[in-house]
Design a protein around this ligand. Sequence first.
Ligand code: GAP
Length: 455
Amino acid sequence: MTEETPARVNMEKIVSLCQRRGFIFPGSEIYGGLSSCWDYGPLGVELKRNVKEAWWRAVVQERDDVIGLDASILMHPRTWAASGHLEGFADPLVECKGCHLRWRSDELEGDRCPSCGGELTEPRLFNLMFKTFMGPVEEEASVVYLRPETAQGMFVNFQNVVNTTRKRLPFGIAQIGKAFRNEITTGNFIFRSREFEQMEIEFFVKPGTDEEWFNYWLEERLNWYVKLGIKRENLRLREHTKGELAHYAKVCYDIDYLFPMGWAELEGVANRGDFDLVQHASFSGKSLDYFDDDTKERFIPYIIEPSAGVDRSFLALLCDAYDEEPDKEEIRVLLHLHPALAPFKVAVLPLSRREQLVKAAKEIYADLRQCWMVSYDDAQSIGRRYRRQDEIGTPFCVTIDFQSLEDKQVTIRERDSMNQIRIPIAELKSTLEAKLSGEDLFVLPPGGQIWKEDD
Ligand code: GAP
């Protein structure tokens, strides 16, 4: 990470918003929390689902060369011998002889404890995999590990997928799921934790075409973040130096984001060569090669791996969407979230709690809920309610006023511009659908009109 920080938002504001509005809570909070474990609240779970849904849509649904998988978190222990994790998935750890705090020696600036200045022990390698036991007997023979990446589930199922789908190269397997790493140093909110989610693709290609596919996926993945609204200037590509490269990688680039604490990895795109299939074939004794019907050749495919973090994408998308604007005497906090990501697409707001208005508003609320996640709010002034929706990124508010009871029309108010239109209730669903897909607010349905500015 570098010292460069974007001025627009700091981590305190993001953490405060997340806790205040129910995006993220500290895990096990009533017991004082559990270090670096986080619980996604009612709004967080929606945003997180939408991030995963957007990824799945882009890499599986809209393509015909990637299929999905959901492998078990617990895998045969030999998996981790073959993958190199038992041997090599370790960080150098030092301990302070004074306060006994532990640090990653490769991340320390000097040779003293950053907390108390005490003397440090010699570094020793600390394996990051969580160990547990399968079955009732806690003995060496029943040791299993929580997977530290989802990738291995896709490698060991390569032949199953080829046999059942009859997919021909090049094709990919995609998976979203939990991964666990007993990180020595965690922090920066959800940026580095011990339990997190990954969205990984293992794309199998013919050797010799790997460089071309590597470049393709690097660009594809970078563009995914841009399409979801992250500003291009807050993203960069960074090639791993020889010293940084993982044991399996021929070449690897990080897609970095300019987080409040500086540039840091959002996603890694690696050319893993044939390392994984060769290793699993050798350790399992099962053939994992591929027969090319066209050329009648048999070979072990190379693998291009775009590997993204769900939680880091969540954090980057929140940081990038966060904005503050002067608002009379106050400040309007808003999230410019892409409609596909916003926890609620629409909020239904009756102007007052008068019975007739509430009845009409609840009918609209029930109807819209069939299509989208919709919020309903009738507490306090309409201005305050708009601000509450802005702060959680709701793209559109639908307001029902007394005139609505007469003319069967409602107003739609847009989050970013605060502009409003007034349209017939009969046109509401189709209008919202068009606006959520990106149509300009001022393209009006029959009977619609431009309304006044937000107050
Ligand atoms: N299969 C390759 C692999 O796991 P990685 O760079 O170790 O590569 C990929 O992890 C992505 O997973 C990272 O870019 C990051 O987004 C996410 N990630 C890794 N460790 C994490 C942690 N401790 N907390 C949150 N996200 C993490």
